[in-house]
Design a protein around this ligand. Structure first.
Ligand SMILES: O=C(CO)COP(=O)(O)O
Length: 258
């Protein structure tokens, strides 16, 4: 068993306004919000719900809060964007970067994601950097090449000590929101590959500390077998993270692994 923590992070995507966010924390039992050794729980609401998330956490809640995106400039004429200093001002611990939905619908490429990663690190926010192939790329057996390019491109220019502050999420696009999950073996194979690539780029010591999450239709019914794999250090969870009971179950399943 590795000494790495397990991170259970909810990506709420464009769901959960302030009222739903307050209800989520109201319904999430205090037990699930307690600090569990070796397990980190986090949710990433939309920007407008971040303040409510901080206000609605139970006192002494260990649930961390993150954002789903950030801009790479400090401030200025970038209509509709949010800066890292704004995220630190509200208290964000994490920011999801390079999600496949941002790559596909908002034209984000590895160079843009790389700038955002560097900016988040400067601000002391942990970036959760997403990589993953689409179905055609897997069918053509190009999934390792695609993930290798995304990983190297998103993390270019980082030092080994900066890498240690990064979380990677492997999210095969064909498994996102489809109900089809990568098998534990497919996830482990890709996670081990990513860790090997990180070792080549940044050294084994740094690579061994990096949390590599799996994302794509993860839910209480399949989380246990995925989290048992040695290089699967947690999950980035969409749909199942919207329900307090399922989120609580995922955290409890993570706790069983420790
Ligand atoms: O995209 C995801 C998390 O970032 C996964 O979403 P689902 O868990 O809904 O498949």
């Amino acid at each position: 068993m590795s000494t790495r923590s397990i991170l259970i992070a909810g990506n709420w995507k464009m769901n959960m306004g302030p009222n739903d966010t307050a209800d989520f924390f109201e319904q999430l039992d205090a037990e699930s919000q307690k600090q569990i050794d070796g397990v980190i729980a986090a949710v990433c609401p939309p920007f407008v719900s971040l303040a409510t998330a901080f206000d609605s956490r139970k006192s002494a809640s260990a649930v961390k809060i993150g954002a789903q995106n950030v801009h790479f400039e400090d401030n200025g004429a970038f209509t509709g964007e949010i800066s890292t200093s704004m995220l630190t001002e509200v208290g964000c611990d994490y920011v999801i970067l390079g999600h496949s939905e941002r790559r596909e619908y908002f034209g984000e490429d590895d160079a843009i994601i790389n700038k955002k990663v560097k900016k988040a690190l400067l601000a002391g926010i942990t970036p959760i950097v997403c990589v993953g192939e689409v179905l055609d790329e897997r069918k053509q057996n190009r999934h390792f090449d695609v993930v290798k390019t995304q990983t190297a491109g998103s993390l270019e220019g980082l030092s080994a000590s900066e890498l240690e502050k990064v979380v990677i999420a492997y999210e095969p696009v064909w498994a996102i929101g489809t109900g089809e999950t990568a098998s534990p073996e497919q996830a482990q194979e890709m996670h081990a590959f990513i860790r090997d690539e990180l070792a080549k780029l940044f050294g084994k010591e740094a690579a061994d500390t990096v949390l590599i999450l799996y994302g794509g239709s993860m839910k209480p019914a399949n989380a246990g077998e995925l989290l048992q794999k040695p290089d699967v250090d947690g999950g980035l969870i969409g749909g199942a993270s919207l329900k307090p009971a399922d989120f609580a179950k995922l955290v409890a399943i993570a706790a069983e692994q420790k």
